[in-house]
Design a protein around this ligand. Structure first.
Ligand code: UN1
Length: 510
């Protein structure tokens, strides 16, 4: 632990807020506790409203400078940030594991996701294209241009303390926005380490403070202030559906813009034409990877009645072999859940599965003895359920996998779609018709739909997000940058006449 913190220069000296240097904060103390062994790995005093105001003032002032820096030059700054992160990949990946409990390969994978985002954003910085239109009026030119939007508020969850911020930060930066980050109070140390590295790049380039800021504090003092703040035109928030409903309403009340990336209840359909070996491996990574704590985690398997037993047996066999333990140790595939509360939530869900008539096929126990005595380690659970059970419609942020049977492909798609969430979905089949039906207008209603690959581990190049209770937002690749900018339609009259659109005549003798 000390080695990781020393390598990142994160043993002391930071506070809960800043935009280039640390602002002393006066709130209550907050500890970052490693779920691996319960040790405290960092401590800050939370920001109060006063420090929040300082951060936002700085971000608003910095915006006036940053928006005038040409986009490709902003891209070059992002390139430098990406390179700095690349150099610190292993230390940052280890810090993610230490603070969040995901295995090292996934901690480093998340840092890679940020590096990929930086690379993507550098290219995008030269491609902030607007359309040009043919005016209906003679001697007129019409086009649209994209302007920087303003300071953007970014609220992230504990489970992806690096990647989700980077989706917003790297794109927001090339768009000319400044960003104010409220990270999860469970993984704030990672956030502070990232900003420390990025701030050095701004200093090296003689750029003002406030382009990338962080503020950690209470839900209302800081979170509430952020979502109500009319100086912040866009809030991007990741977390539970309940959180998103709260944030979405408050931002909408001031007619702000929001990107919401909320709960998922992701399903894999396995048809009789599936390559079962592929399906098992994808479901294992999707359901057990990150200890089931991804918004993209596989929560439901909808298997054809003819393959159900074979698939269930193969999954149980695979689950038996998952090494559970210290995520920093080579070979571990599943670390702890984030805290005991998450374990309690999982246990309650398991009780509910049985009381609603489901059967636990494997796991679901709280582990004990040695490292396990933190109470944060569990065995991943497989349950045989019916799709109409209320628990199946809910997202439990833990490694519980629901197995269900279907008879026709149309019924399987209905089961996939009948949950209130709509993030990621997949089908395993080698049958073209089944695959295309799943991808058709009448197919999966989720934001992401995959064929012969799992629900989690999306690439950054696509637009990431989902429908229904998942919130409708999109982040990362594709043309998502447009949400971070202000579109302006400009018409220029070079004719010397004043023809009106729609042929309207409105003449007086002057
Ligand atoms: C999340 O869980 O909030 O697709 C994000 C994935 C990752 C991101 C997950 N690239 O699983």
């Amino acid at each position: 632990m000390d080695v990781i913190l020393e390598a990142l220069d994160m043993k002391t000296g930071y506070t809960a807020a800043g935009g280039g240097s640390w602002i002393p904060c006066r709130g209550d103390e907050l500890e970052s506790v490693s779920p691996i062994d319960g040790r405290v790995i960092g401590r800050v005093r939370k920001a109060t409203r006063k420090e929040y105001e300082q951060v936002v003032d700085q971000a608003a002032t910095a915006f006036h400078h940053w928006r005038m820096v040409p986009a490709p030059v902003r891209g070059d700054i992002v390139r430098q940030i990406g390179d700095a992160m690349r150099r610190r990949k292993s230390e940052l990946g280890a810090l993610v594991s230490l603070e969040n409990g995901k295995i090292l390969a996934e901690g480093e994978g998340e840092v890679q996701e940020m590096i990929d985002m930086a690379d993507f954003a550098v290219g995008q910085s030269r491609m902030l294209y607007g359309l040009s239109m043919h005016s209906e009026r003679p001697g007129h030119r019409m086009y649209e241009q994209w302007h920087p939007l303003g300071p953007v508020g970014v609220i992230t969850a504990f489970n992806f303390p690096v990647a989700v911020w980077s989706w917003n930060a790297m794109i927001g930066l090339i768009c000319g926005d400044t960003l104010i980050w409220k990270p999860s109070s469970k993984t704030f140390l990672t956030a502070l380490a990232l900003l420390k590295i990025a701030w050095q790049i701004f200093r090296d380039n003689d750029l003002p403070e406030g382009i990338l800021s962080v503020v950690i504090g209470d839900r209302e003092d800081v979170g509430g202030a952020l979502i109500d703040d009319s100086r912040i035109p866009l809030i991007s928030a990741t977390g539970s559906t309940a959180m998103g409903q709260h944030v979405g309403k408050r931002v909408a009340a001031r007619l702000g813009r929001s990107i919401l990336e909320l709960g998922g209840n992701n399903a894999v359909i396995v048809t009789p034409k599936a390559d079962l070996d592929l399906a098992v491996r994808a479901i294992l990574f999707g359901a057990v990877g990150t200890a089931g704590q991804r918004c993209t985690s596989t929560r439901r398997v909808i298997a054809h009645r003819d393959v159900f037993d074979r698939l269930a047996q193969a999954l149980i066999q695979a689950y038996r072999q998952v090494p559970i333990g210290d995520p920093l140790v080579d070979g571990t595939l599943m670390g702890p859940l984030i805290d005991r509360q998450a374990v309690d939530t999982m246990q309650l869900a398991i009780q509910q599965i049985t009381s609603e008539g489901g059967t636990i096929l494997w796991g679901g126990r709280v582990l004990a003895g040695g490292l396990y005595d933190t109470g944060t380690y569990v065995s991943p659970c497989i349950a045989d359920v019916r799709p109409d059970m209320p628990i199946v419609a809910r997202e439990t942020f833990a490694p519980i996998l629901y197995l269900m049977r279907y008879d026709t492909i149309a019924a399987a798609i209905d089961i996939n779609n009948q949950v209130p969430q709509g993030l990621t979905s997949a089908i395993f089949t080698t049958d073209l018709r089944e695959a295309e039906q799943f991808l058709s207008h009448a197919g999966s209603d989720h934001g992401i739909a995959n064929v012969n690959l799992g629900t989690s581990g999306a690439e950054i190049g696509g637009a990431f997000g989902g429908e229904k209770e998942t919130g409708g937002g999109r982040e990362a690749g594709s043309d998502v940058w447009k949400t971070y900018m202000r579109r302006q339609t400009a018409t220029i009259n070079w004719s010397g006449q004043l023809p009106l659109a729609q042929g309207i005549r409105f003449d007086v003798k002057i």
